[in-house]
Design a binder for this molecule. Structure first.
Ligand SMILES: *Cc1c(COP(=O)(O)O)cnc(C)c1O
Length: 368
């Protein structure tokens, strides 16, 4: 039995009829840019996240970029984030002309270590940008406290954490703004590129709407210098079909994670941190072992797909290297990047798939 790392076709089989109808409607009415589905999705996703506003964007990257601009981030400003993320987080900061200030992650969670943030704050610090890596909420309470005391914005990179929650609040609703990606493989995925920013602040929501649409208050009046970062009508229609199923899919991911935790217990393998109570939505199920390359090859030879998220922390990527962050400067992230191996995880995965992966991992370790 082969186990793919990920399979979207199973989900489409469940949705095809509804999806075709939803897309047909967009095509018949020609509402490709903006339109009723975009507005409806924004209202529905804001309600889902428990925020007053949602502004659809063309991608998660543009969501981060527009949110930072709306917060007033520009040249000379500093934004604190972690190197244990997809490059888009750091790239969005650089798009604004600001300087990314990198703080190492905590070893147990792999999200930004709040204990290391304060020493990095300077008069130029404008934003703290935690990343809910792999679907696990960052340690938000201390982060929010640090920011509140100093009048700094918190913007969440929730691109991997749709629906993750703690203390009855959902990812994206902790900070001043929360940024989402709906890249097809995310927990809530469009059929192409899409993203959104959620916020409770009406002035920021207004600014985000301007920025994503060429700064136009009304047709042909460009109040600020904006961008073309609108959410597409077809993608909004797709997302509206999927959103009512997100809780069910996240629950399925949690159930699979729990099977993995049982099936992999007692091995020389560090399993993902489990905060309980819905704090993790397992966008990725990443285990850690110094032998991950051998384990990956072993599983590949047995028809089991795996990935590495991410093999290189951002500060060691050729395009993002800076003298301030040489090899060894962010050791927890660097070690994790050498040890992480993501096992198959998607809501339609079956319990016998998990059992098969666990069996092969057990056999690998039993051979020493
Ligand atoms: C996917 C992702 C992004 C970028 O989103 P896109 O929609 O691909 O632009 C940003 N940050 C994180 C953590 C991501 O996983």
């Amino acid at each position: 039995m082969r186990v793919p790392f990920f399979d979207l076709s199973l989900q489409y089989r469940e949705l095809s009829h509804e999806m075709q109808q939803a897309m047909e409607e967009v095509m018949e009415t020609g509402s490709f840019s903006g339109g009723p589905d975009v507005e409806a999705f924004e209202a529905e996703f804001a309600r889902y996240c428990g925020t007053a506003h949602c502004v659809g964007m063309s991608s998660g990257t543009s969501a981060l970029h527009m949110a930072l601009l709306a917060a007033g981030v520009g040249p000379g400003d500093e934004v604190i984030t972690t190197p244990m993320t997809f490059v888009a987080t750091v790239a969005a900061i650089e798009y604004c002309g600001a300087t990314p200030v990198l703080v190492d992650c905590a070893d147990t969670t792999l999200t930004i270590n709040p204990a290391l943030i304060v020493e990095k704050i300077t008069p130029r610090t404008k934003v703290i940008l935690p990343v809910h890596l792999h679907g696990l909420l960052a340690d938000m309470r201390p982060i929010l406290n640090i920011a509140r005391e100093r009048g700094i914005f918190v913007i969440e990179d929730a691109a991997q954490a749709h629906g993750a929650e703690a203390e009855a609040r959902k990812a994206g609703a902790f900070g001043t703004m929360g940024c989402f990606s709906f890249y097809p493989s995310k927990n809530l995925g469009a059929y192409g590129e899409a993203g959104a920013v959620v916020t409770d602040d009406p002035a920021l929501a207004h600014q985000l709407r301007l920025l994503r649409n060429w700064g136009a208050e009304e047709r042909d009046v460009h109040a600020v210098k904006g961008f073309n970062c609108r959410l597409h009508g077809l993608q909004a229609a797709v997302l509206r079909v999927k959103l009512p199923r997100l809780e069910k899919w996240n629950a399925a991911r949690r159930a699979l994670a729990s099977l993995y935790a049982d099936g992999l217990a007692g091995l020389d393998l560090t399993l993902p941190f489990n905060p309980g109570d819905g704090g993790h939505v397992y966008h990725v199920y990443a285990a850690r072992t110094p032998r991950r390359r051998d384990l990956q090859a072993w599983l590949r030879a047995r028809g089991i797909g795996t990935h590495i998220h991410y093999p290189t922390p951002v500060h060691l990527q050729p395009a993002y290297r800076r003298a301030e962050y040489p090899l060894g400067s962010l050791p927890v992230s660097e070690r994790a990047a050498n040890e992480l191996l993501s096992l198959p995880m998607f809501p339609e995965m079956r319990p016998d798939h998990v059992a098969r992966v666990c069996d092969e991992v057990r056999t690998f370790f039993s051979k020493g």
